[in-house]
Design a protein around this ligand. Structure first.
Ligand code: NAD
Ligand code: TYD
Length: 355
């Protein structure tokens, strides 16, 4: 079996659902269900014995040691993190705690467990750390896409905390020989993404007749990857990645934010037209920019293609169409996720942004 942390969040839940669609190996899912963790994402696994959910914190060393001793996983995949840049600007503490201290505690417990494994199991064991392209900082329009050797230059408390966790992963390999793998992926989108992130926020605001907030001039560029392509990449790295190596994962889909918002609006005009015939792009509102806002991310994923044969299956056009359809078809998930805590965040983040 494998131990997954943060499996009730956006990418972790997609990973678990996709895993069981093609494998029977059990997953222990350790997640402390922050505002971003949602067991409804895994509702289809309710009666499924292959999935064991444990509510708990990756900072809790004794819990992790107990889980490792009891379940003896052959691999750990660490998705658990605080993941939203705007929240890291408002309240960085939990980012330091989960992303840095949590990764450290997980590594310490894993190191002790791995050390005691018998020779063959020790050789086969893997610790895969799921990280982000944001650790590399911001690119100018002329600079080449990030490859695995790009310098680390994180600019937000979120990316700095992820960068710190990446360094700890590296250190546990170099110092103790722990067989770690790191993936640094670009922006994901797709089913089950919490609607504080750009794409689901725009879809939901559009459908509920609210402003579509675009930070600054909307010309910031992100490199978008459909979440299920990311999950395939993680599986591929887990089965064939070389311990100690890092793999950049991206969709070759660089797009300015304003283009993303226009694309969503025009797809919604077709898939869910407004009764009064108005176009959704009339709701676009430019708002105050994010402090320290990274201008451009772009990922060079040649290494994972060359060494492991991974390439994204979706184009942005196919992926965004599937994503919008998913949000239209899953209105009860959308309703339930917009809890009091969600509304509090939206009030806090957008109240002072209106220009
Ligand atoms: P998410 O915020 O949707 O989910 C995070 C999950 O971790 C939640 O279920 C939450 O409850 C859980 N969690 C948080 N703190 C925890 C703790 N202390 N102990 C146990 N569980 C805890 O995040 P996501 O978008 O699914 O991202 C998953 C991972 O992928 C993160 O490490 C993130 O940095 C990385 N990543 C995300 C993206 C993206 O575009 N979303 C891109 C590249 C990398
Ligand atoms: P986000 O989804 O928060 O991901 P990240 O900051 O990790 O890249 O934001 C994606 C881009 O969209 C980023 O440049 C910030 C921008 N953005 C807006 O313009 N408006 C919004 O309301 C949000 C949430 C993000």
């Amino acid at each position: 079996m494998i131990l997954v942390t943060g499996g009730a969040g956006f990418i972790g839940a997609n990973f678990i659902l996709d895993w069981f669609a093609q494998a029977d190996e059990e997953i222990i899912n350790l997640d402390n269900l922050t505002y971003a963790g949602n067991l409804e994402n895994l509702a289809s696994l309710k009666e499924d014995k292959r999935h064991v959910f444990i509510k708990g914190d990756i900072c809790d060393s004794s819990l992790i040691i107990n889980l490792l001793t009891k379940f003896k996983p052959r691999a750990i995949i660490n998705f658990a993190a605080e993941s939203h840049v705007d929240r890291s600007i408002e309240e960085p503490d939990s980012f330091i705690q989960t992303n840095i201290v949590g990764t450290f505690r997980l590594l310490e417990a894993t190191q002790g467990y791995w050390d005691e494994l018998e020779k063959n199991k020790k050789k086969e064991f893997r610790f895969l750390h799921v990280s982000t392209d944001e650790v590399y900082g911001s690119l100018s329009s002329k600079e080449k896409a990030f490859d695995e050797n790009h310098r680390y230059e994180p600019n937000s408390p979120y990316s700095a905390s992820k960068a710190a966790s990446d360094h700890l992963i590296r250190a546990y390999h170099k110092t103790y020989g722990l067989p770690v793998l790191t993936t640094n992926c670009s922006n994901n989108y797709g089913p089950y993404q919490f609607p504080e992130k750009l794409i689901p926020l725009i879809i939901i605001n559009a459908l509920t007749n609210k402003p579509l907030p675009v930070y600054g001039d909307g010309q910031q560029i992100r490199d978008w990857l459909y979440v299920k392509d990311h999950c395939v990449a993680i599986q591929r790295v887990l089965e064939a990645g070389v311990p100690g190596e890092t793999y950049n994962v991206g969709g070759w889909n660089e797009k300015p934010n304003i283009d993303i918002v226009h694309t969503i609006c025009s797809l919604l005009d077709t898939l869910s037209p407004q009764i009064d015939g108005r176009n959704y792009n009339e709701q676009i509102t430019f708002v105050t920019d994010r402090p320290g806002h990274d201008r451009r991310y772009a990922i060079n994923s040649n290494k994972i293609k060359r060494d492991l044969g991974w390439e994204p299956a979706e184009t942005f056009e196919t992926g965004i169409h599937k994503t919008i359809k998913w949000y239209l078809d899953n209105q009860s998930w959308v309703q339930n996720v917009q809890s009091g805590a969600y509304r509090e965040w939206i009030d806090k983040n957008y109240k002072e942004r209106i220009l």
